[in-house]
Design a protein around this ligand. Structure first.
Ligand code: FBP
Length: 553
């Protein structure tokens, strides 16, 4: 049997769309520099930390004579962090740009993420090899990893690797942390008198690497469309069988952009937005009370079914849980050896309970055993609890169920509550990129090439006006320092790219907030269906609702 599906074969033939400017021959594309820039805040501190790369101008590519892009270049590329649809096309755009500039240019893919650079583990990406990955999902072309590239000795190793292969530039495809580290690496290289350039690309399905200049990170479009399709299917099932409440947890390590976009696309009965929970200081009890009320109201209308969306990061936004998790992180980090000597869950939870403050101990004890166990599981490399492994959707189901049983015993609820739990995350991270993501990522890769060719470093590739058709998109680069501020991380003040959380006064949340009461009581589900790759532009090339609302449509 053929291992290449008919869709994959067709997608190989898809030619991603480029902005008009980038369609021109390389020698007809010129970078136009704006005025010097400032960081979003903490300007004085950042200026000191980035003495060589702070404050560079925004760059836009325009039509004009320019031979800079025609010299041969060697470029190294890495994929960093979680998979996001479109990563292969960033590499394709970068490769095609390099070859359009000079057929002697070479692209090296470092394997397994940042560690590939440190261990000097790379392959040369050839035309035949790349052709197997064009317009496909996944990061399997070179693999990815979560090693942090942030220490000086790591930057030295990166310089050695660059010297060995004659690398002129590294392209780091990653989220806010990876791009922060790209900025540090660019600064380090310049400070050391190296000519090696560093360019970032905005990746993450979570959608939290965005700002005034980066309209969206790639992968968000495809991932949310994939989840929205599944949610729509579940809604239709719920409305057909009329017997289940489906609680669906959606990925997004911290911000709720994914849950919000999916809510806008599918109109569920409840969608919790973590940022609102945090801002309104809502307790777990209050969230449970809200869902319970919706269940009762719908039951009174004879509808003992519904859909609830739960963002993955919720647990860390509920004030009392946030305090508990932070205390647990500290206790576990300070007592690694002793904790690992405790072999049973009972011993672990008894010991932890004694170490917690009074309030947190109370919160911890009130949680179901499974959740307690998940809260004590291994931390990620940064010492944080791995939220994708905490079954918040099941916690909510159990608490709503308990509450309804209490009400039932008092005669205040006579409906039925039968539930199903789901977690959608990995299902969307490697889907075939939507046309939007396929075009956007290809354009990002092509822009990264032009930035390198014009000798720029410490920039993130930027493609803007994304609510318009692709040929009207504007390509260029944004200085990474412009997106930075100082934040407290593990007890130290550090320069970081500001993470974008859902803004409660922004268009997407306000649109949702205006509709949600109607969606709660009535059945007004919307069914987006599967991503379409071929067909009319209104069906195939539309960006997310979030992007349109943020761009003022
Ligand atoms: P990135 O921020 O690296 O793009 O990853 C996003 C994400 O998909 C989150 O939504 C999720 O919490 C996390 O990765 C899960 O990754 P892992 O399986 O490595 O824990």
């Amino acid at each position: 049997m053929d291992t290449i599906s008919p869709l994959q074969k067709e997608r190989y033939r898809y030619q991603p769309k480029l902005p008009e400017t980038l369609k021109r021959p390389v020698e007809k594309v010129k970078p136009v520099r704006g005025n010097p820039t400032e960081s979003v805040s903490d300007q004085a501190e950042l200026k000191q930390l980035f003495t060589n790369t702070y404050g560079k101008p925004i760059v836009s590519f325009k039509e004009g004579d320019n031979t800079a892009g025609t010299k041969p270049l060697n470029v190294g590329v890495i994929l960093s962090g979680g998979q996001a649809p479109g990563g292969h096309n960033v590499i394709a755009g970068l490769y095609d740009g390099l070859k359009a500039g000079n057929s002697d240019s070479k692209l090296f893919g470092f394997l397994g993420g940042p560690s590939g650079i440190l261990e000097d583990n790379s392959i040369e990406i050839t035309a035949d090899y790349l052709d197997q990955y064009r317009n496909t999902g996944g990061f399997d072309i070179i693999g990815s990893g979560r090693t942090k590239l942030e220490e000086e000795d790591q930057f030295e190793l990166a310089l050695e690797t660059a010297k060995k292969h004659g690398i002129d530039a590294y392209v780091i495809i990653g989220g806010d942390d990876s791009n922060t580290n790209a900025a540090l690496m660019a600064e380090y290289f310049v400070a050391k008198g190296s000519e090696v350039k560093v360019i970032g690309c905005p990746k993450t399905i979570d959608g939290d690497l965005k700002n005034q200049y980066i309209e969206v990170s790639f992968g968000f479009d495809t991932a949310t469309k994939t989840y929205a399709e599944l949610i729509g299917n579940i809604e239709r099932d719920a409305n057909s069988a009329k017997k289940y409440w489906h609680f669906i947890k959606l990925m997004g390590r911290s911000a709720s952009h994914i849950a919000l976009e999916c809510a806008l696309q599918t109109q569920p009965n409840v969608a919790i937005i973590s940022e609102e929970v945090s801002q309104k200081h809502q307790t777990l009890e209050q969230i449970v009370a809200h869902i319970t009320n919706v269940v009762i109201k719908r039951s009174n209308n004879g509808e003992n079914f519904g859909v609830v969306l739960v963002p993955e990061g919720l647990i860390e936004f509920i004030p009392e849980m946030k305090v508990l998790i932070s205390e647990l992180n500290d206790i576990l980090a300070e007592n690694v050896d002793y904790f690992s000597s405790l072999h049973t869950f009972e011993d672990q939870s008894e010991w932890v309970n004694k170490k917690l403050g009074r309030d947190s101990s109370y919160v911890f004890s009130s949680l179901p055993n499974d959740i307690q166990r998940q809260l004590l599981m291994d931390r990620d490399p940064h010492g944080n609890v791995q939220v994708s492994r905490i079954e918040t959707e099941k916690l909510l189901i159990e608490m709503v169920d308990n509450r309804l049983n209490e009400l039932k015993s008092n005669g205040q609820f006579n409906g039925k509550f039968s539930s199903q739990a789901h977690f959608f995350g990995y299902e969307g991270r490697c889907a075939f990129p939507s046309n939007f993501d396929a075009d956007y990522t290809y354009s990002l890769g092509y822009s990264a090439f032009h930035l390198i060719a014009n000798g720029l470093t410490g920039y993130i590739a930027a493609v803007r006006s994304l609510d318009k058709p692709a040929d009207q998109w504007e390509a260029g680069g944004i200085p990474l320092t412009m997106m930075m501020n100082m934040e407290q991380r593990h007890g130290k003040k550090k320069p970081v790219i500001k993470k974008a959380l859902v803004e409660l006064d922004g268009g997407p949340f306000r649109t949702f907030a205006a509709k949600r009461d109607q969606w709660a009581e009535k059945t007004l589900f919307s069914f987006p269906g599967a991503i379409q790759y071929f067909g009319p532009a209104e069906v195939c090339d539309q960006p997310t609702i979030t992007l349109k609302l943020e761009q003022g449509q």
